[in-house]
Design a protein around this ligand. Sequence first.
Ligand code: SF4
Length: 73
Amino acid sequence: MENKLSDFCTCNDRACPLHPANHDKGCSLCMAKNIRNKEIPSCLFNAANGYPSKDGYSFEAFAKLILGGKTDD
Ligand code: SF4
């Protein structure tokens, strides 16, 4: 399934049922899950880091990445 609502998505987890390639609701299902779990979506880790996080997707992991703390060594 192709989803033009979120064709900018860089998440490579196509097996995830929330991935926009697997439904017609764009980012909404992914963002709802991230907000519920207090996490940052993988597209923002990809944008900041160039690759997905190896330390999880918490607000704290993203803050460490942005503020210069190494989270993926
Ligand atoms: S919020 Fe989720 S679905 Fe939307 S672009 Fe980012 S990773 Fe993809």
